[in-house]
Design a protein around this ligand. Structure first.
Ligand SMILES: [Zn+2]
Length: 298
């Protein structure tokens, strides 16, 4: 035990040394400045790369803002379709032979009693055959119109019974939906379908495999009218005519959802047909365009 006086002296000396150390450290820092932080080599390289990227970007113009933050429907759909066409070249199609002067008109979501009949009238008048991707729920509502489509020589194809996004369904549910749709179409039209187009263009590898296992070919498109956006005739024409090439598959709709209006589709159709005929294109069904045999009649 130290005497009380010595303990106070020791404590005082300790405090003095601590204070001196702090002052000396502060002086060192202010005098020599902040010592540079050691940066590992990979991080420095990354920083340089990022700097280059940012400098490069500054020189470019900002892209036009889209009404849809993730890009238009057209862009998204085409990117997905392109990948799957490459992955499944004999199963998933976006267009036919680029050397043949033929194109296919396709109409989704029907039949209905409002837009499908005038579309059929125009096709009949122009002696053009098209392909209708039918949904079972509507075929059940309008079986006679489904029958009329088949009787007038158009190709029938499947767009699913419930018009569901197949990427959200199990393979079993996909096959049930396809089978149900096929039965409903066959009952109404005596035709069996063997080509499928996914609602919303939504596809992934798993759903492609399930559709393949059910025996269908998958047909997308390379020309999108975007007519489901209730576009006027002029807009529909603008979306189609400049985009058509040899082998193109043109997407339109022959039935609309509640509150939707496909008047633009119907009004644009005669002009689309005459303009493309003038350019020398022949209109064929998707089966003919892709060399797929239609399924036998029931
Ligand atoms: Zn659809």
């Amino acid at each position: 035990m130290l005497p009380i006086g010595r303990r106070w002296v020791n404590l005082g000396a300790g405090l003095l040394i601590f204070a001196a150390g702090t002052v000396f450290g502060y002086w060192l820092t202010t005098f020599f400045g902040e010592p540079p932080l050691e940066t590992p080599a990979p991080l420095q390289e990354l920083a340089e790369d990022t700097k280059d990227l940012l400098e490069g970007r500054e020189g470019k113009e900002e892209p036009e803002p889209y009404p849809f933050p993730e890009g238009t429907e057209k862009e998204r759909r085409e990117i997905e379709g392109e990948d799957l066409v490459q992955l499944y070249p004999n199963l998933v199609f976006r267009f036919g032979d680029r050397d043949k002067n033929q194109v296919a008109l396709t109409f989704d979501d029907g039949p209905d009693a409002t837009f499908t009949p005038p579309i059929l009238d125009i096709l009949k008048e122009q002696r053009v055959r098209a392909t209708f991707f039918l949904t079972g729920v509507r075929v059940e509502q309008f079986p006679k119109i489904a029958k009329r489509i088949a009787d007038e020589g158009h190709s029938l194809a499947s767009h699913g019974y419930y018009h569901k996004d197949y990427t959200t369904l199990t393979p079993k549910a996909i096959q049930e939906d396809l089978e149900k749709n096929n039965n409903v179409i066959a009952r109404a039209s005596e035709q069996v379908v063997n080509i499928f187009r996914p609602p919303y263009g939504a596809l992934d590898r798993r759903s492609v495999e399930a559709v393949k296992a059910a025996g269908y070919k998958i047909v997308l498109w390379d020309v999108d009218s975007l007519d489901w956006m209730d576009l006027p005739k002029e807009e529909v024409l603008k979306n189609i005519l400049p985009e058509v090439r040899k082998g193109s598959i043109i997407l339109q709709h022959s039935a609309a959802g509640p509150g939707q209006d496909l008047t633009g589709t119907v009004e644009a159709l005669p002009k689309i047909i005459t303009a493309l005929k003038e350019k020398g294109y022949k209109f064929v069904t998707v089966h003919e365009l892709l060399g797929i045999s239609p399924a036998p009649r029931r």
